[in-house]
Design a protein around this ligand. Sequence first.
Ligand code: CMC
Length: 392
Amino acid sequence: LGIFTYDPGFTSTCSTKSAITYIDGDEGVLLYRGYPVEQLAEKSSFIEVCYLTLHGELPSATQLAEFDQSIRRHTMLNESLRKFFDGFNYDAHPMAMMTGVVGSLSAFYHDTTNNKDPKHREIFAHRMIAKIPTIAAAVYKKTVGQPFVYPKNDLDYSSNLLRMMFAVPAEEYEINPVAAKALDVLFILHADHEQNASTSTVRMAGSTGTNPYAAISSGIAALWGPSHGGANEAVLEMLNEIGDVKHVPAFMQKVKDKVEGVRLMGFGHRVYKNFDPRAKIIREQCHKVLKALGKENDPKMELALKLEEIALNDDYFKQRKLYPNVDFYSGIIYEALGIPVNMFTPMFAVGRTVGWCAHWNEMTADSTTRIARPRQVYTGAAVRDYTPVAQR
Ligand code: CMC
């Protein structure tokens, strides 16, 4: 290997320096800009966390008001961009549409993509954070065949998203504050997670100097996979498949025997080897939200708790240090809010967009950034001479 290190899956490679998020995987610690995620989930708002993630400090009241106002001002989509949705089939996966539509933002908002200009970078981040809920809601409307609902900018971030998803013309839509608060907390918990696969993808694409919306689109594509953000959808599919608590032991046996690669979705993490602090908060939130919505006896929650209890006491999971991750309980909350399973990963994307923007910004502002260009261990044929087709 000479001077190179072979590190498949980057288990021991730091690809960058970053001042945004700190994780201690052994202790189950997660800090955004030094602030414990538990405190932010309890006391802050998603918009404030966006400011913190992007700027590195909590905002003053004036800074927060100005930032909030700027995000509200950028929620609209160009009308031509809306027409892109006509090209998709109604049964397209929402993440397929998200990837395409976010990529197409690069064709509309290229007036502020001088990556060297901090003002341009700031406008990009505000546009991206503001438009991602509008896009996610439009994607949902496309899947159910309803007309798009425009943003209503006197509403807070999460309420606006709920309204754009669930309001229908000619009917009053009343926002449930419990649902809006639950969504806000979930977005805080998903805001950033250092060099995860999608953020690393955004950084890698961004390191070439490409259009930043195109870089975010590549992050959305990476998030879609079931090993990453797609796990929240996979967890609900798994719970549906198990169906009843009485089928749990047989399912767990399949997981432990690795039958057809079946895994306990929503369990395990590359970095957390003790517990995922986000999962703890989400489990508490789950109880709170289900109670507030009068859904305490949700059978999926019962099933998830049973799976967790069995897994935490089983040698297979203990030896491999597998604990519930952020995706294990989030789907139960989404489902309680009326969000369909195929929209779970788009919800993750809405929350994570600020993290992607912050990392892109940090990398782009750093004059020492070089193009990301890993090497490989070549395993192909040795040099040989070409033979004309007639002689083969
Ligand atoms: N169920 C059963 N076995 C598992 C699981 C699981 N969920 N996760 C890991 N293992 C086993 C795996 O088979 C391996 O066993 P062995 O040592 O016998 O070969 C061992 O644990 C180590 O697993 P790994 O795949 O080498 O670990 P990794 O760090 O490469 O992968 C992971 C991490 C999150 C992809 C993996 O734990 C997994 O596939 N989990 C299920 C999918 C999931 O919930 N993903 C969401 C991750 S958190 C949020 C996010 O990133 O979006």
